[in-house]
Design a protein around this ligand. Structure first.
Ligand SMILES: NC(=O)c1ccc[n+]([C@@H]2O[C@H](COP(=O)([O-])OP(=O)(O)OC[C@H]3O[C@@H](n4cnc5c(N)ncnc54)[C@H](OP(=O)(O)O)[C@@H]3O)[C@@H](O)[C@H]2O)c1
Length: 430
């Protein structure tokens, strides 16, 4: 066997401790696969005296993870702290600066600084690996960078946030409202005390921006992602979606067009018959469409100590084997800058729900607003009648532009008989 690969671990939380556990329990078979042992030589976290699920007392401890990242007795630094700025970025830059490979699970860091970090890693001749940053245990980074490397990818999309998927699944299964299900998810540990990143679509957008760069060979463009979360989804929408033959999923979707790249994260109505409609609970799924392979789907656990650590250790094994590839599959200096296409331009069918006072002419007024914006109706549902209380009117449309629907919704919202802002959910034909 050749010399051990010396590993320094910055961050000993859920992911960091999970990595140490795998290396401890599966050290021998992993060494056999690498042709050399992987040896953790240094660790760093905020609190040295914290009780942890792994024993780190015999390892070299650094209070300062940035100093550890630059230590000469290290070959690979794992950045498992988190956050797009501050210490995580400093650790990554220090490791690259010292000529060490870096493995990170940090999607926020890569979504915001991916292009510059990839260029720095390439200039230093080191590998910046991030399998764990997107869809946890699903090996989609390796899949796109290696397994599907022969393909021209036209679209990549998926369920990229387990917390949101858990909430939407639970709402559908129990008929409960968003707030109640979110509170339960927090109690069960499926949602953070501050759930904003997950339920407002930001976490999924971080991951989508990374997938886009890798799939299409362009610079990571997080600012180019249109983002809408799931807070506004109601039990009523889920019931109507069911009735119409759809399920509601928070999807991240990136499409390569002739004049640019469209990146969107928002709730979607997806047809009941599609495989992704049945990816439930905390599971993630990623679909890539390539010219040769056709449609490829991978499903698995997107978070948690085991799945995420599995991905980090896979990157370690690659480095130990010498399988070090460009961060985004092509040299960082050749990544394109593609124009971001806006959601106004997106063409697709849409679902709208309007809460109205049920007076004669209401439907005609809504239909007129749609007609004025050249939007044609596919189906209309209205259940229940009340002249005193709001009743829902649900309409699905044929394909239209986002801009036309924005205009129609403004007109509908201004009608006297409409009692609250209309809700819109895009329908995806997948
Ligand atoms: N958890 C998941 O399922 C999951 C899935 C995919 C990706 N990720 C990503 O993996 C990364 C780590 O997530 P996690 O869930 O493991 O986080 P975590 O449980 O909160 O752990 C963070 C670790 O970083 C340490 N830390 C924080 N600030 C530090 C500082 N200034 N100096 C040194 N150490 C510091 C903490 O130290 P103490 O322990 O002493 O407080 C802790 O050990 C994040 O980028 C996250 O987005 C996580």
């Amino acid at each position: 066997m050749t010399a051990p690969l010396r590993v320094a671990v910055a961050g000993l939380g859920t992911v960091g401790a999970g990595v140490l556990q795998i290396l401890e329990s599966r050290g021998r078979p992993i060494a056999a696969r690498c042709g050399r042992p992987l040896v953790v030589t240094a660790v760093s976290a905020r609190d040295r005296h914290k009780s942890r699920p792994v024993d780190v007392s015999t390892l070299r401890w650094f209070d300062d993870p940035v100093a550890m990242a630059a230590d000469p007795e290290v070959d690979v630094v794992l950045e498992l702290i988190g956050g797009s700025e501050g210490v995580a970025k400093a650790v990554t830059e220090a490791a690259i600066g010292a000529g060490h490979h870096v493995i990170t699970a940090n999607k926020a860091l890569l979504a915001v600084h991916g292009a510059e970090l990839a260029r720095a890693a390439e200039a230093a001749g080191v590998f910046l690996a991030y399998e764990a940053a997107v869809a946890g245990g699903i090996p989609i980074i390796k899949g796109l960078r290696e397994g599907l490397a022969a393909n021209d990818i036209s679209r990549v999309y998926g369920i990229l946030n387990g917390t949101s998927n858990y909430i939407l699944t639970s709402m559908r299964e129990t008929g409960r409202e968003f707030d109640e299900v979110l509170a339960e998810a927090q109690t069960l540990g499926y949602a953070e005390a501050d759930p904003g990143f997950d339920i407002d679509g930001v976490d999924a957008a971080h991951k989508l921006a990374i997938l886009t760069a890798l799939a299409f060979g362009c610079e990571v463009d997080f600012d180019g992602v249109y983002i809408e979360g799931i807070r506004e989804i109601s039990a009523l929408d889920i019931a109507f979606a069911n009735e119409l033959g759809y399920r509601i999923k928070l999807l991240g979707i990136a499409t390569q067009e002739e004049d640019g790249i469209e990146q969107r994260v928002h709730p979607c109505l997806v047809p009941e018959g599609t495989p992704i409609a049945h990816v439930d609970g905390v599971f993630n799924a990623v679909v890539a469409e390539g010219d040769s392979v056709g449609r490829f789907l991978a499903e698995g656990r997107g978070a948690g100590a085991g799945p995420t650590a599995s991905a980090v250790v896979a990157d370690l094994i690659d480095i130990a084997r010498g399988n070090c590839l460009p961060t985004f599959a092509i040299p960082a200096t050749e990544l394109r800058r593609s124009p971001a296409l806006t959601s106004e331009r997106h063409v697709g069918s849409q679902y709208i729900r309007v809460m109205v006072v049920d007076r004669p002419g209401v439907i005609a007024d809504i239909a007129a607003a749609l007609r004025d914006c050249a939007i044609s109706v596919e189906a209309l549902l209205q259940h229940g009648r009340s002249t005193t209380e709001a009743v829902p009117v649900v309409i699905t449309t044929h394909e239209t532009t986002g801009a036309a629907m924005d205009k129609a919704l403004r007109q509908i919202a201004d009608l006297d008989t409409v009692l609250e802002p209309p809700r819109r959910i895009r329908i995806e034909s997948l």
